[in-house]
Each structure stands twice: as structure tokens, then as C-alpha cells.
Design a binder for this molecule. Structure first.
Ligand code: DAH
Length: 346
């Protein structure tokens, strides 16, 4: 009996495998060579019928060839799969199409307005500083002459960080300090005075928070710009001139303005500035002469140093600037609203 010709078998197998170009051809090849009735399987089965002297060499060779052909099969199958997915991708992707554009971000209308307001104040010689949004009650209230239990605290409904001490302070002791989300930017007046000496001329832009129901003109989060000017000889006319100049530069030179008395615990006297807008008077900011007790508490002689302070809402000015009639649009995150400010200048 002729010995099986493993070399010829391998040559046939390799040639046919190289020619197999789809799944069906691959399958057929495997059946023909490695299947139950395949050529190589036949050789392996026949080894036991060979003369004893030939058995080891042929058996070993056939086994090795089995491994070789299985590896060649896997390799060929992978190559075909890879080729197919490349061809598929090439058919479904038109690489000549222009790229899809990514949505491009833009500045929020309140940010645009804040920056524009800052620009006007900068031209008028103000520095810009910022303070913490999480604040101690002493800065937000007490040192601004709004003591605990003072009815003026009702002007600012507060979101507290620290809970009210459940047991209450021991008899005669100071109540423990509590943190809150600042209800206004005025606490920065106190902080700034801790580290700076006159002449002082700064504005403090930043977010403030109030625990109150929202409506068309109130939000629980708002952006304020605080102003503080302290020097020798600063007078109420300086306050009026500065703030009138600001609204004229920001909203228009022909704008009618009026000052009226208002109460804020940290100024004396206090005032509000109104503008004539759409045939009606509209209050746009609070202001006043810095209270002498605050100047004194800062270690300055109130006989020598005087100053004024003011606070205004940026959203209010953004509404005037863009003709928006509901403050709640700003933070509703509706792109149909926000995208209208694309390309707007600061
Ligand atoms: N902090 C006040 C508020 O949030 C606004 C204000 C009024 C600020 C008078 C001032 C000021 O600096 O002098 O309602």
C-alpha cells in the first residue's frame, strides 16, 4: 500500500484555501480536508493500518499538518472578514462628504450683559473683584448692620448651608456662626475693607441666591453688581453723578432718571435709582452713602473718609437691553431662547 503523500495534500489544501473567497467556499474546504470524511481525517484514521515502521513518522506528520491547516483556515477566514468589513464600510461611508459641524457654544446673555456693564465701570475707573458665594452670616448680615432678629433680614429670604443650632446658644453667648448662600454681593464691601485702604473704587459682580418663589421679575438665583467707593470727600452728588453716568452710557444718553429715598441698613441715606422706561418709572438699583459705622468698623475715621455703595441686578439690565419680559427665560436652558444671542456683542 502506497504511503499517503502529505506534501501533495498540503499543497492541494493551500491552493484551494487561497482560492476560497467566501463563507460557503471556506466551509466546503473545511469539510473536504478537515471534516469527518475529509482527506486529512482519512489519512489520520489510516495511520493504524500502516506498516509499524511507517506509523510514527506519518502519524506525527499528519497531526502536525492538521494543526497547520487549521491555523491556515483561521487566518484565511479572518482575512476575508476583514476585507468584507472594509468593503462594507467603504460602500456606506462617503468620505467626500463635508464633515458634520459640531454645535458651537456661545456666551450666555447674562454673561454678555455682565461683561458689558463691567466694561462701562472699568472705563469709569473701577477695579473688578469677586467674593465667595458661600458666605458667613456675619458678612451677609451682621457686619452690614442687619443683626439677627432685625426685621430687615426679611428683605432677603435666605438659603442656609448650616442648620440653625437646634439647642440654641447658651445664655448670653454669641450664637454660632452659620454659612449661607449670599443673598447679595454687599458682604464683599466688608471683606474688601478688611484688606484695602482708600482710595477704594471697586465693583463686585457675582451670583446671589434667595429663597423665594419665582415670577416674571424674580429668580431664586440672580447676578448682582455691587459697587463701593470710599475716599476723602466722597459726596452724595458723586453717587448721583456716577450712577446716572452709568445708566446713560449703558442704556442711552437721553434716559430720564430719578433718585428716591430707600432704606438699606448699610447706607445712610439710602436711595433707589429709577429710569423712565416704556412710559413708566422702573427701579434699577439700590444705593446710598456707606454708613459711618461700617467705615469706623473698618478702622477708618468716618470724619475723614466717606463713600457710597450701590447694588444692581444684571438680569434686570439684560432684560432692558434685549427686550426680554420674563426673567425665567435666562435659566430655563431652552436653546431656542439662548441661540438668539449668538454673535451678540458684549
Ligand atoms: N444689597 C442690596 C440688595 O440686594 C442692594 C444694595 C442696596 C446694595 C444699596 C448697596 C446699596 O450697596 O448701597 O437688595
Amino acid at each position: 500500500m502506497a504511503l499517503p503523500d502529505l506534501a501533495a495534500l498540503e499543497a492541494d489544501a493551500r491552493r484551494e484555501l487561497a482560492a476560497a473567497s467566501d463563507a460557503a467556499a471556506l466551509d466546503g474546504w473545511r469539510t473536504r480536508y478537515l471534516g469527518r470524511k475529509g482527506r486529512l481525517t482519512g489519512v489520520l484514521r489510516g495511520v493504524r493500518d500502516l506498516p509499524a515502521a511507517d506509523r510514527p513518522a506519518i502519524g506525527k506528520g499528519a497531526n502536525a499538518l492538521k494543526g497547520t491547516l487549521e491555523a491556515a483556515f483561521d487566518e484565511r477566514r479572518e482575512a476575508l472578514l476583514r476585507g468584507a468589513s472594509v468593503a462594507q464600510a467603504a460602500a456606506s461611508v462617503d468620505v467626500t462628504l463635508p464633515a458634520r459641524s459640531l454645535p458651537q457654544g456661545q456666551l450666555h446673555p447674562v454673561t454678555l450683559t455682565r461683561r458689558a456693564m463691567e466694561g462701562v465701570f472699568r472705563e469709569m475707573g473701577f477695579d473688578i473683584v469677586e467674593g465667595p458665594e458661600v458666605e458667613w452670616d456675619s458678612y451677609n448680615f451682621d457686619r452690614l448692620r442687619i443683626p439677627r432678629d432685625h426685621p430687615a433680614r426679611d428683605m432677603w429670604d435666605t438659603i442656609w448651608i448650616d442648620p440653625e443650632d437646634a439647642g440654641g446658644p447658651a445664655e448670653g453667648a454669641e450664637p454660632p456662626p452659620r454659612r449661607l448662600l449670599r443673598t447679595h454681593t454687599s458682604p464683599m464691601q466688608i471683606r474688601y475693607l478688611e484688606t484695602h485702604r482708600p482710595p477704594i473704587r471697586v465693583i463686585v459682580p457675582g451670583a446671589c441666591y434667595r429663597y423665594e418663589a419665582t415670577d416674571a421679575t424674580h429668580e431664586w438665583m440672580l447676578t448682582q453688581i455691587e459697587g463701593l467707593v470710599i475716599d476723602e470727600g466722597v459726596s452724595f452728588p458723586n453717587l448721583k453723578g456716577t450712577l446716572e453716568s452709568f445708566v446713560h452710557r449703558f442704556l442711552g444718553p437721553d434716559l430720564e432718571t430719578r433718585f428716591r429715598c430707600d432704606y438699606f441698613p448699610f447706607v445712610e441715606p439710602g436711595a433707589e435709582l429709577g429710569i423712565r422706561w416704556g412710559g413708566r418709572w422702573l427701579e434699577v438699583l439700590g444705593a446710598g452713602m456707606v454708613h459711618p459705622e461700617i467705615i469706623e468698623a473698618a478702622g477708618l475715621d468716618p470724619e475723614r473718609y466717606t463713600g457710597f455703595a450701590f447694588g444692581m441686578g444684571v438680569e434686570r439690565f439684560a432684560m432692558l437691553r434685549y427686550g426680554i419680559d420674563d426673567i425665567r427665560y435666562f435659566y430655563a436652558n431652552d436653546l431656542r431662547f439662548l441661540e438668539q444671542f449668538r454673535g451678540s456683542a458684549t
